[in-house]
Design a protein around this ligand. Structure first.
Ligand code: IPM
Ligand code: MN
Length: 371
């Protein structure tokens, strides 16, 4: 199979984690005789520095002519601490999502048994946790009208949803539920927000078309609590843009680290894959960031290409590193391995060159991955 992949390394740790994913995609290409062609593009703070725009036209053009997009991370403290900045790195990603029509963000939440003990949530709560968050990605308060009065004493962000936008993402969520445990939880704030009431009505009506799927409704404040207290109850969480943003970071603690979680942003004809973590500027260039969120995003890309066996092999390799304690600093502050070493180990597993009794001592010394 031949695929053109637009690669946007982005800011902070984005480039170094993305580099590990490319390593893995290349190992897969070798092993299964595929050809992946990569076109590197600018977006975010780096793009502002080099071109004056967080999303240069060339990036949009390359993305539009690619089969999929692999994206690292976005954000820079220079802008976070300057509320008056005219341009912001994040505008690049938001604009790209909108321009490419990436209306659904899929975030699978997995709690790997081998690292249950590293999650702040008790192990017995984590057994069997396996759900996905389907977050609407191109509407709501993120994209509503924004206003700041002249005196800078009043600001406004409008939250708008159309029935069409809700139905589009809801159909996708129902399809996911059908392929899983057949349960959807719509998370909203229908006791307060008009938009949430529209979501609820839309889902109630759609449910008739999906009689085999059980539908539950939950207010977002309660959902924030339930994700920690009883995460097993969820199969597919469907929610609007901002609630999904917040709840997916919260849900990431179940898995032990936000650094582990991948995501796919899906549109009608294009998809973008990115880890859900941010740019983690303090770690940039230090080779300490967790590359697994990005590598698992590359696995989601392989699934999207219908390369199921390849995707499963990447996941198996990732689980192998976790089960053997080859984890980065965010997961284990005492015994940890570098970003690139973890990337090497995942690659070696894919190339089938790792023996089961691998010598950790040698790896720590960067001597050899193989005994
Ligand atoms: C995410 C990020 C983005 C968002 C930012 C970087 C704009 O937090 O993908 O979750 O809020 O959607
Ligand atoms: Mn977020």
């Amino acid at each position: 199979m031949q695929k053109n992949i637009a690669v946007i390394p982005g800011d902070g740790i984005g480039p170094e984690v993305t580099q590990q994913s490319i390593k893995i995609l290349e190992a897969i290409a070798q092993q299964f005789s595929h050809q992946f062609h990569y076109s590197y593009c600018l977006m975010g703070a780096e793009a502002i520095d080099k071109t004056g725009s967080p999303l240069p036209d060339a990036t949009v053009e390359t993305c539009l002519s690619s089969d999929a997009i692999l994206f690292g991370a976005i954000g820079d403290p220079r802008y976070d601490n300057d509320p008056m900045a005219r341009q912001r790195p994040e505008q690049g990603l938001l604009k790209l999502r909108k321009l490419l029509g990436l209306f659904a963000n899929i975030r699978p939440i997995t709690a790997y048994p081998s690292i249950h003990h590293l999650s702040p949530v008790k192990s017995r709560q984590l057994e069997g946790v396996d759900f996905i968050i389907v977050r609407e990605l191109t509407g709501g308060i993120y994209f509503g009208k924004k206003e700041l009065n002249e005196a800078h004493t009043q600001a406004m962000d409008e939250c708008v949803y159309t029935l069409k936008e809700i139905e589009q993402v809801a159909h996708l969520a129902f399809a996911y539920a059908r392929s899983r445990s057949k349960k959807i939880t719509l998370v909203d704030k229908a006791n307060v927000l008009e938009t949430s009431r529209l979501w609820r009505k839309a889902i109630q009506e759609l449910a008739a078309q999906y009689q085999d799927v059980q539908v539950e409704y939950m207010f977002v404040d309660n959902a924030a609590m339930q994700i920690i207290l009883n995460p097993k109850q969820f199969d597919v969480i469907l929610t609007e843009n901002m609630f999904g943003d917040i709840l997916s970071d919260e849900a990431s603690v179940l898995g032990g680290s936000i650094g582990l979680l991948p995501s796919a942003s899906l549109g009608a004809s294009l998809a973008l894959f990115e880890p859900i973590h941010g740019s983690y500027p303090q770690a940039a260039g230090k080779d300490i960031a967790n590359p697994l969120g990005s590598i698992l995003s590359a696995a989601m890309m392989l699934d999207y290409f219908q390369l199921k066996e390849e995707a499963a092999l990447v996941r198996m390799a990732v689980e192998w590193t976790l089960a053997h304690g080859f984890v980065s600093k965010d997961i284990d502050p005492v015994n940890n391995y570098s970003t690139s070493t973890i990337g090497d180990l995942v690659r070696d597993f894919i190339e089938n060159s790792l023996s089961s009794d691998i010598n950790k001592f040698n790896i720590a010394l960067s001597k050899s991955t193989i005994i």
